[in-house]
Design a protein. Structure first.
Length: 416
């Protein structure tokens, strides 16, 4: 075994300069390195975009949503107590929601007005507020002034309003008066404006105190639904399945994957497609390994014949070239994995450096709604790439090694 390793490493070296590997071996290693690095970087970027989009969605959407078909929940206090005891549940919050029109300065915007309680996760966002006071205090204070409302930046821009201005909330409800039916309307004061990292759901939500919402929307003693937060994105589906077993019709239990799963599935499918396409790069590099070994077999036919005549078995000859291909594959895959991980972990500063150096905009944060270039290195993806690359490289060495093993030493020395 020792001499087989020694001979295989010797064949990797240049013919004249014993301290350097041959050009052909270097090209083979470089091909595997670039292919593996490209695959790891692209998968990391796709994972980053996937997580970024998911985070934008879950900024406004709960992990699990409990509602009642055909009406509101009147027994929501009892449901909240039961759900809080479920495993993986971190918080439970009721809400009252109603589509409405916001009217101000003769401008109109359609939103979903949601009544929330203190401690709701939307209050953890960054806000523009009155005198930089906490929005959680301004929204729920009851000091005789106009009740507070929090709207998104896109909505505020459409209405032409700012912090401290008032807006009229007009739900699809009517009040009967002696003069006929007139739309129900109530003024609110804007106490906060939020922008959730450019999230595409900002436009559709406005937030008020839940007590105000119950009174204004004629939902005393009822809520529109219950939002359940869990300790991880992946726990939403099993928790929803468990709650469905406890709350049957007319209750409706949905996870965030049920509501937006098709969109995220498209991102997963795109990631799989890129994995397959870029995997072809590694496959091409493996053909370089096969070509290298075939050329080495042709060049070293005399050496092979001498080794056979000295007693080396065909199995030993096959091991020599398998070891040579394995060394190329391991070196290329190892260097490629290291390079890919380094590039993926430093993708954001590298992109910013390229933008400053070249004077071009590569990643527009306003378009993607993310404050940095997304790149998340998943250990599972790295292991998958390494495993696929090593397997392809090993398979590429089988045919050349088999050809060397079956070479007839007498025929090889005949014309020497």
């Amino acid at each position: 075994m020792a001499y087989e390793w020694f001979v295989s490493l010797r064949y990797l070296r240049a013919k004249r300069k014993q301290t350097f590997i041959s050009i052909i071996s270097f090209i083979s290693i470089a091909g595997v390195t670039l292919g593996v690095a490209a695959l790891i970087v692209v998968l990391a970027v796709m994972t980053g975009f996937h997580d970024g989009v998911r985070q934008q969605i879950l900024g406004n959407i709960p992990h699990v949503l409990i509602q009642r078909q055909g009406g509101g929940l009147s027994d929501y206090q009892q449901i909240i107590k039961q759900v809080r005891t479920s495993p993986h549940v971190t918080s439970v919050a009721p809400f009252v929601a109603k589509e409405a029109m916001l009217l101000s300065h003769r401008n109109v915007a359609a939103v979903n007005v949601k009544g929330i309680e203190p401690g709701h996760k939307i209050l953890n966002q960054k806000f523009l507020s009155i005198d930089h006071k906490p929005v959680s205090e301004l929204l729920f204070e009851r000091n005789g002034k106009l009740p507070g409302i929090v709207i998104g930046l896109d909505t505020a821009t459409s209405l032409g309003v700012a912090i401290g201005d008032s807006v009229n909330v007009i739900p699809p409800m009517f009040t009967i008066t002696p003069f006929g039916m007139i739309p129900k309307m109530k003024p609110f004061r804007i106490v906060g404006i939020f922008r959730q990292g450019g999230g595409f759901l900002d436009t559709f939500y406005a937030y008020i105190d839940m007590a105000q919402a119950q009174s204004f929307f004629d939902s005393e003693g009822q809520v529109s639904g219950i939002e359940v937060e869990v300790d991880g994105f992946g726990q939403a589906r099993p928790v929803a399945a468990q709650l469905r077993g406890e709350y049957h019709f007319p209750y409706v239990v949905r996870s965030w994957e049920d509501m937006f799963g098709s969109f995220l599935s498209a991102l997963k499918l795109e990631k799989l497609g890129l994995f397959i396409v870029l995997g072809i790069i590694v496959l091409v590099a493996a053909f370089n390994i096969a070509t290298t070994l075939i050329m080495v077999v042709m060049e070293k036919s005399k050496d092979i014949a001498i080794l056979r005549s000295m007693g080396a078995t065909s199995r030993s000859i096959m091991k020599i070239f398998l070891f040579e291909g394995l060394v190329i594959g391991v070196l290329g895959t190892g260097l490629g994995a290291a390079l890919g991980v380094v590039l993926a972990k430093n993708a954001d500063p590298i992109i910013k450096w390229l933008e400053r150096t070249l004077g071009v905009k590569i990643f527009d944060q306003s378009v993607y709604g993310m404050d940095h270039f997304p790149s998340v290195v998943n250990s599972g993806d790295v292991m998958a790439v390494v495993g696929v690359a090593l397997t392809i490289c090993l398979l590429a060495t089988i045919y050349p090694a088999w050809q060397a093993a079956r070479m007839d030493p007498a025929e090889a020395l005949r014309y020497e």
